[in-house]
Ligand binder design. Structure first.
Ligand code: CTP
Length: 427
């Protein structure tokens, strides 16, 4: 194997604490989305971060500092004239001290007015003051815009957004949809869980920056008639976790998903399919443009040769119908064949076995002619949030210990990134 297990393990944080050790200044400017900031503060704390709330006067019209203090567990700052100590410093300079220990300032909600103020370096309240006074190299600024769709679309706001971006400000969202005013369009603040996912991803290392990763996930459904079909117990969770981990690592990710009801990871392009043939149609044309292909889907090996147009009824004869089956294309084997000629994508297969994991994984890797296969015990993991993996390549095998699927996915992505690096020819 190219990488010792220890270094793989250290690539992911402890489970349940994705923001462990991070200190976040969470700023609230005025907007109805302040109610979402309450849940965000709670989620950040739950993820292990320490959260320092700073509110503008307008934000206090929408939610009280008492609520935010209770949720963050720290006194809230609202005024530039606040003389309380910050981190033991009693120099009455809250606007300086508040960001000196911070890993990031996240303003959620960021109103149109607050963004306009930031753009011009104006600093007439504590939150804008501390944004201007933060150490720009070590304390990034992230904004989660929240405003009416007309305000968001206005040339002035769009101009401000592009100039703020040029200044190094990161934008999380906004989302599109129903707005508090009753209108529908762009400008909604992202939901707290989406902001949390974005922030966690923001802090992750980016070893796959500039790379394209294609992933298949979930089961396929092979219809017999309009109401029945052949499928399997794959939940798609492992594939979705890998898609999230690859996106966090900076890759441009396409996820071809069979029929599952899972939330698409942030920043991932999702293509929904139902059958193995549809999955093959989505994957094969894309594959040559990809750097990595990870096949986690539990593709049905067979499909009914013909599809009954109407529901097959019991006809009273007690004779069960017999279905003729046709073999589905092997998507992974087809991409692997392509990769042998083109030199890419780097193909990673999955082997879901019930026994003799190493033996079957080895055989499958050789049969499919892929550099890496990931073995797991199917019946023990289908539908669950945790798993244990065995990485098998031409040199040997390594076990990734039981962990939640996102942690395992991050280890796997770190391993794949290292393999890509070691394959690159030095300039
Ligand atoms: N795969 C695929 N297309 C198929 C079948 C499988 O891309 N038609 C991929 C899966 O996504 C997985 C790997 O191939 O990465 C699994 O290999 P396979 O030999 O098909 O596994 P099983 O179906 O479990 O094989 P067996 O029944 O022989 O154990």
């Amino acid at each position: 194997m190219t990488q010792p297990l220890d270094s793989v393990t250290s690539a992911a944080p402890a489970e349940g604490g994705d923001l462990e050790g991070k200190h976040i200044v969470l700023g609230l400017s005025g907007g109805i989305a302040c109610y979402k900031a309450a849940e965000l503060a709670r989620a950040l704390v739950k993820a292990g971060a320490t959260v320092q709330i700073v509110m503008t006067e307008a934000a206090e019209q929408f939610i009280t500092s008492v609520t935010m203090q209770a949720l963050s567990g720290r006194p809230v700052f609202t005024s530039a004239w606040d003389t309380r100590d910050v981190d033991g410093k009693a120099n009455s300079m809250a606007h300086i001290n508040l960001t000196r220990q911070a890993d990031a300032v996240l303003v959620a909600p960021a109103s149109a007015d607050f963004m306009a103020k930031l753009l011009h370096g104006r600093a007439d309240d504590l939150l804008s003051l501390l944004c201007l006074a933060r150490p720009i190299e070590t304390c990034p600024l992230l904004l989660a815009p929240a405003m009416n769709r007309e305000m968001w679309a206005h040339p002035a706001t769009q101009r401000n957004v592009s100039l703020l971006r040029a200044d190094g400000t990161h934008f999380l969202g906004p989302d599109s949809g129903e707005q508090a005013c009753g209108e529908v369009g762009d400008g909604r603040m992202l939901e707290p869980d989406q902001l949390l996912e974005e922030l966690i991803g923001f802090f992750r290392p980016k070893p796959l920056a500039g790379k394209r990763v294609l992933i298949t996930a979930g089961p396929t459904f092979e219809p017999i008639d309009p109401v029945r079909g052949i499928t399997n117990l794959s939940s798609g969770k492992m594939g979705f976790a890998i898609a999230r981990a690859a996106a966090e690592a900076g890759a441009e990710v396409t996820l071809v998903a069979g029929p599952v009801h899972l939330v698409t990871p942030r920043g991932v392009r999702r293509v929904d399919v139902r059958t193995a043939l549809q999955m093959a149609e989505a994957v094969i044309p894309l594959a040559p443009t990809q750097d990595v292909f990870v096949a986690t889907a539990a593709v049905a090996d067979w499909r009914p040769t013909s599809l009954a147009e109407q529901k097959i009824k019991k006809n009273g004869s007690k004779v069960a119908p017999i279905f003729e089956l046709t073999e589905n294309p092997d998507i992974l084997a087809a991409v692997a064949k392509m990769a042998l000629v083109e030199g890419r994508p780097f193909c990673v297969g999955f082997a879901a076995e019930s026994h003799d994991l190493l033996k079957h994984s080895r055989e499958k890797r050789e049969r499919k002619q892929i550099p890496l296969i990931v073995g797991n015990l199917g019946p023990a993991t289908f539908g669950r949030d945790d798993n244990a993996l065995m990485l098998v390549d031409a040199q040997g095998h390594r076990e990734l210990p039981p962990a939640n699927k996102l942690t395992l996915a991050r280890w796997l992505i770190a391993d794949i990134a290292q393999r890509l690096t070691s394959m690159e020819i030095p300039a």
